[in-house]
Design a protein around this ligand. Structure first.
Ligand code: FAD
Length: 399
C-alpha cells in the first residue's frame, strides 16, 4: 500500500484550478454521448477514448466531477460542494485505476457524535460505551458481553430500528440513531429498510476509524484535479452547462450512456422516484482548526443540522483559516439519496424493465440505478460496464 500511495508535500496555491477541458475538440459525429461527468460518466469516457472511440461528455452543471466536485472557495480553502467525500475501497484494481490520475494523501476518517456533554466515537465502539454509560470496560470480551446484555433481539429484522435495537439496545438507539435518522430521512427508523443502518455497525474494539477498508486516501490535489486528468484526452469533448434534452437529437449516430436519474430519462412515465436532498451552510473562520476530527454528528432533534464537517482534516491543507459546513437534510432540491423503501424499489424496477428493452442507451451510476453507491462502487460499476461493452463490440466486429 505504501508503494502505491506516493506521499509528497501538500501545498495549495490560492488560485482556482485551471478551467475544465473545453469543447475545442468538438466534431460533428461521436461514437458515444455520455450524460453526466461524475465518476460513472468520466470513467467510461476515459476508457472508451483510450480504446479510440470519440466521446461527447455533457453535464448540466458548470463543472466536471459530479457530486465529488471540489473547489477553492474565496478564502482559498479546498471544499466539497456537495458534502464531504472520503475515498475508501478494498479493491486494488479500483485504487490502481484511479492512481493513474492522481497521487494520494493517506487519510483515516474519524467521526464523533455530540451527545449531551460528551463527544463520543461513531460507529459505537468500546470508548463510546465507556463514555456513554460511565463504565470501564477493559477489553473486547467485556465490551461484547455488555453489548450482548443491552441488545434486544427481534425476529424478523425488517426495519432500520430493528437492525439497531437488536444489536445495541434501546438506549444507544435513542441517543445515537433515532433523532439522526429522523432528521436525515424525514422518517422514523421504524419506517425505513434495514439496509439504511448497514453502514453504521457497532464494534467492541476501541478502533475509532469510520472506515476499515484497505485503501483510505484523498486525491492529493482534490477530486476535480483528478477528473481533469481523467478527461484530458483528444477523443473526449466536454460540454458543460449542457442539458441532455437539448442535445439528445443532435447525435443519432452515438450510443447514449446515461448517468442521470433514470425516471427523468423516461419522462417520469411511471411517476417520480423520491430522493432525499441536502443543503450546506459554509462558514470560514479565522482559526487554523475548529474541530478535533473531520466530522461531528448531531443526533439530537433539537439541533437542526445533522453534521458539521471541517474540510482541512480531509484535505490536509495548510492555511491560516478554516472552512466548516453545516449539513441540513430536506425533501426538496438536488437528488442526493434514494429513499430505501420497498415501494420506491418497486417503482425503480418498472423503469429498469424498460431500460433493459432500450438498446440505444446504457444506464450507469447512482442516479441511473437508483441506489446509494460509494465512489469506488461506481468506479467498479463503470469499469464492468466498459468491459461488457468492449466484449459486445468485439463480437459485433467478429460477426
Ligand atoms: P454524480 O456524481 O451524481 O454524477 C451525475 C452527473 O450527471 C451530475 O453531475 C449531474 O449534473 C449530471 N446529470 C444528470 N442528469 C443530467 C441531464 N439530464 N443532463 C446533463 N447532465 C445530467 N462516496 C464515497 O465513496 N465516500 C464518501 O465519503 C461519500 N460521501 C457522500 C456524501 C454525500 C452527501 C453524498 C450524497 C454522496 C456521497 N458519496 C460518497 C457517494 C458519491 O457521491 C457517489 O458514489 C458518486 O458521486 C456517484 O457518481 P455518479 O457519476 O454515479 O453520479
Amino acid at each position: 500500500e505504501e508503494a502505491i500511495i506516493r506521499r509528497s508535500a501538500f501545498t495549495h496555491s490560492l488560485t482556482q484550478f485551471p478551467s475544465p477541458p473545453s469543447s475545442a475538440r468538438s466534431r460533428s459525429s461521436y461514437d458515444y454521448l455520455i450524460v453526466g461527468a461524475g465518476f460513472a460518466g468520466s470513467v467510461l469516457a476515459e476508457r472508451l477514448a483510450a480504446d479510440g472511440r470519440h466521446v461527447l461528455l455533457c453535464d448540466r452543471r458548470p463543472h466536471i466531477g459530479g457530486n465529488a466536485y471540489d473547489f477553492h472557495n474565496e478564502d482559498g480553502i479546498l471544499v466539497h460542494r456537495y458534502g464531504p467525500h472520503i475515498f475508501h475501497t478494498n479493491s486494488q484494481e479500483i485504487f490502481d485505476y484511479l492512481s493513474q490520475f492522481t497521487d494520494w494523501r493517506p487519510y483515516q476518517h474519524r467521526v464523533l457524535a455530540d451527545i449531551g456533554d460528551h463527544r463520543l466515537p461513531v460507529p459505537i465502539n468500546r470508548t463510546t460505551l465507556n463514555g456513554f454509560y460511565g463504565l470501564n470496560l477493559k477489553d473486547e470480551a467485556e465490551a461484547a458481553l455488555f453489548l450482548a446484555a443491552r441488545a434486544e433481539p427481534c425476529d424478523p429484522i425488517e426495519t432500520a430500528k430493528d437492525a439497531v435495537v437488536s444489536q445495541v439496545g434501546g438506549d444507544l438507539y435513542r441517543a445515537f440513531f433515532q433523532g439522526y435518522t429522523r432528521k436525515q430521512w424525514g422518517l422514523d427508523p421504524s419506517q425505513l429498510d434495514r439496509s439504511v443502518t448497514s453502514r453504521v455497525p457497532a464494534r467492541v474494539s476501541d478502533d475509532d476509524r469510520y472506515f476499515l477498508d484497505t485503501y483510505q486516501a484523498m486525491p492529493l490535489h482534490g477530486y476535480t484535479r483528478m477528473f481533469e486528468k481523467m478527461l484530458d484526452h483528444e477523443y473526449i469533448t466536454v460540454s458543460l452547462g449542457t442539458e441532455f434534452a437539448d442535445i439528445r437529437r443532435d447525435h443519432p449516430e452515438a450510443h447514449t450512456i446515461f448517468t442521470g436519474p433514470i425516471d427523468e430519462y423516461f419522462d417520469y412515465r411511471f411517476g417520480r422516484l423520491p430522493y432525499r436532498s441536502l443543503e450546506f451552510r459554509h462558514e470560514t473562520h479565522d482559526a487554523r482548526r475548529l474541530l478535533p476530527v473531520g466530522v461531528i454528528n448531531y443526533p439530537s432533534e433539537t439541533v437542526p443540522y445533522t453534521r458539521i464537517t471541517e474540510y482541512k482534516h480531509l484535505t490536509g491543507q495548510i492555511h491560516p483559516k478554516t472552512t466548516i459546513s453545516y449539513e441540513f437534510a430536506g425533501g426538496e432540491g438536488e437528488p442526493y439519496y434514494p429513499i430505501p423503501r420497498p415501494d420506491n424499489q418497486a417503482l425503480y424496477k418498472q423503469y429498469e424493465a424498460v431500460a433493459r428493452r432500450s438498446s440505444d442507451v446504457t444506464f450507469v451510476g447512482r442516479l441511473a440505478t437508483y441506489k446509494y453507491y460509494n465512489m469506488d462502487q461506481v468506479v467498479g460499476q463503470a469499469l464492468a460496464t466498459y468491459r461488457k461493452m468492449s466484449k459486445a463490440h468485439a463480437s459485433t466486429i467478429a460477426a
